[in-house]
Design a protein around this ligand. Structure first.
Ligand code: ADP
Length: 460
């Protein structure tokens, strides 16, 4: 079996702790029941044996001691085998002739030795008999008495008793199994709760797992995990600080370069130099955009200290966003339209909501062709408010749809000028405040539709 895969292990050591415990418990119980039964069979067998021997002696004495010759009461073999009835034989004084017998069909001769002996014979060759041969009486003509009992009956009786002794242990087994099952279930429930807590962690700012309901045996594991989490947290914090500091440090010189370029523009001779100059300016703008996005991203990654939420009128917010991006629209001669057919209010920090819509509208404006059309629509869909941002650009290939929200992912061949961070930032901000972004290529015409579903309860 491959070491990395989870199998069932060998039958005596399954992977499941519960199965392992149950298997061992069943084995031990069965063993205990068998041992108890065996020992009590031995002990009780002896007891039964002696008690029945005494009874045989008494029965024999009751015949030898009486002055009146007693005749044993006849019975059938069934009584001898199933009820262990004593068979009394009265023999002639010389022991050669059987005068009377409770079961004449049984042909066990008078034993030569006085007292107890075991005989295997009779009408049923395989049956064995316990025999008590009484001493001859004081008078020479007194008849001889012999008492017999079926040996199998004695063994059966001892066995039945022994099984009864083992029964309570066997009966306890299901109860013990049930209790064990419940204990293990409770333990695995708390393990599952820990697993759920781990699964629901925000990987960028993991929080410590609670030890409150964790069994003592698992507490060290959770403790070690918490330790690891705190190291992961500090590693993330270091990484975030680095990105933040680097972006911050780059921001000022980049702004200075931007200003220098603007100042230089009037001195650049027309012709090829201007073309190169324009490329340089576009590069600097792109770098500035990337720095801003990086700063935004690192701020977004910082653990949220309850950024103040407010009632934000989405229509007002969208109008602000569109008018701020008008510069970009004008530069690319894109026709931007806004249409609001419903009122919507969301309770969240306005800056966070702005970053959702700014990024989507910015993308639409950048990917729409020169002279293209971008529409922003606030309307009701399926009973809740949505914001659609539509463009007539190239759309996103279906194969890349699942990855465009990843950080730094850009569709191969996409227009230059992006950082691959816009959608990642938009999605994180959206999810944080109960909004959902859906991207779909338009079927009515060319282009992309980015739909933002607003939280239903907030829509008005
Ligand atoms: P970028 O800064 O590159 O635009 P984003 O995270 O905003 O980064 O977008 C990721 C990728 O998704 C882009 O590189 C682009 O290929 C694609 N994309 C995003 N918006 C659109 C759009 N409106 N039309 C076509 N492609 C888009």
């Amino acid at each position: 079996m491959n070491g990395a895969t989870r199998g069932h292990g060998r039958w005596w050591r399954p992977r499941s702790l519960r199965t392992q415990l149950l298997l061992w418990l069943i084995t031990l119980h069965v063993l205990a029941a068998v041992l108890t039964a065996w020992f009590s069979f031995l002990a009780y067998g002896n007891l039964v044996h002696n008690a029945l021997d005494d009874q045989m002696r008494l029965v024999a004495e009751s015949y030898t001691g009486s002055d009146q010759p007693k005749t044993p009461r006849e019975m059938d073999g069934e009584a001898a085998f199933s009820r262990g009835a004593f068979i009394v034989q009265i023999w002639s004084a010389d022991g050669t002739t059987l005068r009377a017998s409770s079961w004449p069909a049984l042909s066990v001769p008078l034993q030569p030795s006085i007292g107890f002996s075991d005989v295997s014979a009779g009408a049923h060759a395989q049956s064995s008999w316990r025999v008590f041969t009484a001493e001859p009486g004081p008078r020479a003509d007194q008849p001889r008495v012999q008492v017999l009992q079926n040996e199998d009956y004695r063994r059966r009786r001892a066995l039945r008793r022994a099984l009864l002794e083992g029964l309570p242990i066997a009966l306890l087994l299901p109860v013990a199994l049930l209790i064990l099952w419940l204990i293990v279930s409770a333990a695995s429930r708390s393990l599952r709760a820990v697993a759920r807590e781990v699964a629901s962690q925000d990987e960028r700012s993991p929080t410590e797992l609670s030890l409150a309901r964790v069994p003592d045996e698992i507490a060290p594991l959770v403790g070690a995990f918490n330790n690891l989490l705190s190291r992961v947290r500090s590693a993330f914090a270091t990484q975030r600080r680095f990105v933040q500091d680097a972006a911050h440090e780059l921001r000022t010189p980049m702004a200075a370069i931007g200003l220098q370029i603007e100042n230089l523009r009037s001195h650049v001779p027309a012709g090829e130099a201007t073309e190169r100059f324009n490329q340089l300016e576009a590069g600097v703008t792109r770098a500035q955009h990337l720095i801003e996005q990086l700063l935004h991203l690192s701020r977004q990654d910082a653990p949220q200290r309850g950024a103040a939420g407010e009632r934000v009128d989405i229509e007002v917010l969208l109008r602000e966003s569109v008018s701020q991006l008008m510069v970009l629209a004008d530069a690319r001669c894109v026709d931007v339209g806004f249409e609001g057919t419903t009122a919507a209010v969301v309770f969240a920090p306005a800056a966070e909501l702005r970053s959702v819509f700014d990024n989507l509208i910015d993308n639409a404006l950048r990917y729409a062709p020169e002279g293209g059309v971008v529409d922003v629509r606030l309307h009701t869909f399926d009973g809740h408010a949505v914001v659609d941002v539509l463009d007539n650009g190239p759309g996103i290939p279906q194969a890349a749809m699942g990855r465009v929200f990843d950080r730094f992912f850009r569709v191969p061949g996409a227009a230059a000028g992006g950082s691959g961070l816009g959608l990642a930032i938009a999605r994180t901000a959206a999810e944080r405040h109960g909004l959902r972004i859906e991207l779909r290529n338009r079927i009515d015409s060319r282009g992309l539709m980015a739909r933002v579903h607003l939280p239903a309860s907030m829509a008005q």
